[in-house]
Design a binder for this molecule. Structure first.
Ligand SMILES: [Fe+2]
Length: 417
């Protein structure tokens, strides 16, 4: 393969006298940095244009931050937003992981107040930041922080730092990071409008769920536990943050279609006739239709609602799908649903212990349930934190359903002046 123009420049630089060659090499490195920044901008731009719901926005923020840390050759990064007059870190990562990192609030507030970028090569000696405990404790060397804007208003800060390496950020780094900040600004504005709309639909769904719960006392804790179990299984599968939230929400609302089933069928304690069971079965179809026709932003979970009573061997309902024809989220909700129905007391059966229920799942793996998912489900629920969370749900009656809406809180631009 012929050498790229930048590679050719590097080769030419090595033939030149050291003084001139060194300068050409520096310029080449800067050109390389700008070229990879451009590629990153293009890919983020495409992701930005394909954002459909608030789940996608969470992924976009993470990708954006990881890319900024990589391009800046930084150790850590953070995205902070101005909310209710103060700056709050909404996402952060270190170069090796997506774990939460501590960032100096004083420094973030300075960027918001002055509306100017901060580049510092020895942050410990710069007046105003050295006293900050988070900086001293983590031995941070260099910091680059740029404002995030929506039109003329500063709505947040994009921050990177070096912790272990002696890398000084340059003006050219600042201009690349400002490019990221411009995209992040658009993403935040978009996210806020999506979240606003999504919150309205979440409220609508919550009203539907409350209505159902007031008619059917078994649904309340059941929905919350099924949400929790499905999310835990999704974690075992290594799903991304946005998909974990989808899994949780799918569990919450899987039985929402029961709202359309009359009490006489819903509350019958004796054995159901075939006809009565036929009516009950309708809840899967009704639930999917209710959300599809009346809401937006739940497209990723509709098929899970419709297909959560399908069976691996094709003997389930409503469509008789089999094996991997059944969407994976539906297979996951199906296992969580069956597990909870067996391990809690119902009018028609006494509760099995978790161990007894695991045995039933193992026995029915390959007929009723996806045989690959059952062992992972059992592993996920063997974590004591899950049983603690279940005790909490049973005590308080619910898990926090505002989880999605809280991920990106509402922002009022007026508060920023
Ligand atoms: Fe169901």
């Amino acid at each position: 393969m012929p050498a790229s123009p930048l590679e050719q420049l590097t080769q030419i630089a090595s033939l030149l006298p050291p003084q001139v060659g060194g300068r050409v090499k520096t310029i080449t490195r800067e050109l390389e940095a700008e070229r990879s920044a451009l590629t990153a901008f293009q890919s983020l731009g495409m992701k930005l244009s394909s954002v459909r719901d608030s789940f996608d926005v969470i992924t976009l923020f993470q990708d954006m931050l990881e890319e900024a840390v990589r391009l800046m050759q930084a150790d850590r990064g953070a995205l902070a937003l101005v909310e209710g007059g103060s700056v709050r870190v909404v996402d952060s990562c270190s170069k090796d992981s997506h774990e939460e990192v501590q960032v100096s609030r004083t420094l973030l507030e300075r960027v918001v107040t002055t509306k100017e970028s901060i580049i510092t090569t020895n942050v410990q000696e710069d007046t105003g930041y050295g006293a900050s405990e988070s900086i001293l404790a983590l031995d941070i060397r260099s910091v680059l922080a740029v404002p995030l804007r929506a039109r003329d208003t500063v709505i947040g800060v994009l921050y990177v730092d070096t912790q272990f390496t002696q890398r000084a950020f340059t003006e050219s780094d600042a201009s690349i990071l400002s490019g990221f900040a411009a995209q992040a600004g658009v993403a935040v504005t978009l996210a806020r409008s999506i979240v606003q709309e999504h919150e309205n639909y979440v409220s609508l769904v919550k009203i539907m769920l409350s209505t159902l719960e007031s008619r059917d006392e078994y649904t309340a804790g059941h929905s919350d536990r099924v949400g929790l179990y499905t999310k835990k299984l999704a974690e075992k599968l290594g799903w991304a943050a946005a998909d974990l939230e989808r899994a949780l929400f799918a569990g919450f609302v899987h039985d929402i279609g029961k709202i359309g089933i009359r009490d006489v069928y819903l509350h019958k304690t004796g054995k159901l006739t075939e006809e009565e069971f036929g009516v009950i079965k309708q809840h899967a179809v009704i639930g999917e239709r209710l959300l599809r026709e009346n809401t937006k932003g739940f497209e990723g979970i509709l098929s899970a609602i419709r297909s959560h009573h399908e069976r691996w061997d094709g003997k389930g309902y409503p469509d008789g799908l089999a094996g991997e024809e059944i969407p994976i989220l539906a297979r996951m909700v199906g296992i969580s649903d069956a597990f909870d129905a067996m391990s809690t007391a119902r009018p028609y059966n006494t509760a099995k212990t978790w161990e007894q229920t695991f045995e039933v799942l193992k026995k029915d793996a390959g007929t009723h349930f996806d045989p690959a998912l059952v062992p992972l489900f059992i592993e996920a629920l063997s974590d004591t934190k899950v049983s603690d969370a279940v005790l909490e749900i049973n005590r308080s009656g619910e898990l926090d359903r505002n989880v999605i809406a809280q991920l990106i809180a509402q922002h009022d631009p007026k508060e920023n002046h």
